[in-house]
Design a protein around this ligand. Structure first.
Ligand SMILES: [Zn+2]
Length: 300
């Protein structure tokens, strides 16, 4: 009886794993709610728009010859974005630029591919997306290794790669005329680092931000921000993010150097009161601390 039971469980398990292999590996429809999360569009001026869906944001640039779209987010948001673009121009979307490899930012580009848009991203994206493919993420046909300037209708969008920091394909975008930077995930204003810092390399993150601070820009638009936050922030938020990470790393290192090695103890004892008014301080700081513990403990 026990054996039969075991066998049927094994069979069921096998069937489930066969089904799981046959099905798409990643969710492709409305991964995080939908209309209920709300969306909005802000016209920054000079043809620059900020599109927000839930807590995700991108920019799109309207020129005389067509539109440059960044991160299409997910299939639902991409359709809403396309409708919003249609309200301001009848010019086609010519380019879709991916900020990095993470599916929550770059799914849903099919609607623009159907219009004939070309997809642009860092060359490492090709490997990352072949390791983690998705039917709603068209592969980029225009790739680059260090810097690339996309030109359309007399407008430039400069793309820069700073090495690994969050994944290995993250590009920072700059509108040189307006001195606006669009950056995703590595800068989020007045918020501690995201949860357990998935796919973030703490030391490379700090190094990249220092290099970004040397760029010529006055404003920053970030890939995350709830509805009640400004669509555009001053350049100083880049340094603020970097200083938070340095403070976090220094506080964890100090506690470890003075004998606290358990991540559970560190989560409870390390505090950063300077950031108490930042978003998710209470909820996410302990997770940030554990990630930094892993960095010092495991060298990773
Ligand atoms: Zn990401």
């Amino acid at each position: 009886m026990k054996k039969i039971c075991m066998l049927s469980m094994l069979m069921a398990g096998l069937l489930i794993s066969i089904l799981a292999t046959a099905a798409p590996k990643f969710p492709i429809q409305e991964p995080m709610g939908g209309e209920a999360f709300g969306h909005s569009v802000k016209n920054i001026g000079n043809g620059v728009y900020v599109f927000r869906w839930w807590v995700y944001r991108n920019i799109f640039l309207v020129t005389d010859e067509g539109v440059i779209v960044t991160d299409p987010m997910n299939p639902k948001a991409a359709k809403l974005l396309r409708n919003e673009i249609r309200k301001v121009t009848d010019k086609p979307v010519k380019y879709v630029v991916y900020s990095h490899n993470h599916h929550d930012h770059i799914s849903g580009g099919n609607v623009f591919e159907a219009e004939g848009a070309k997809f642009v991203g860092h060359e490492n994206l090709l490997k990352e997306l072949s390791d983690h493919p998705s039917p709603v993420i068209p592969l980029p046909s225009i790739t680059f290794s260090d810097k690339h300037t996309l030109t359309l209708g007399g407008r430039n969008l400069e793309l820069s790669y700073f090495g690994p920091n969050h994944g290995e394909s993250l590009v920072v975008m700059r509108l040189p005329k307006e001195k606006i930077l669009f950056t995703v995930d590595i800068v989020t204003p007045r918020r501690v680092a995201f949860r357990g810092m998935p796919d973030f390399w703490p030391d490379e993150w700090v190094r990249s931000l220092k290099e970004i601070e040397q760029m010529d820009f006055d404003y920053v638009i970030t890939g995350h921000g709830p509805e009640n936050q400004p669509a555009i922030d001053p350049a100083s938020i880049v340094a603020e993010q970097r200083i938070y990470l340095e403070d976090l790393m220094a506080a964890v290192k100090k506690a470890m150097d003075s004998g606290t090695h358990s991540p559970d103890a560190l989560r409870k004892t390390v505090k950063l009161p300077k950031y108490e008014n930042w978003q998710y301080y209470k909820e996410w700081l302990p997770m940030n601390i554990e990630r930094i513990w892993a960095y010092y403990h495991m060298g990773w």
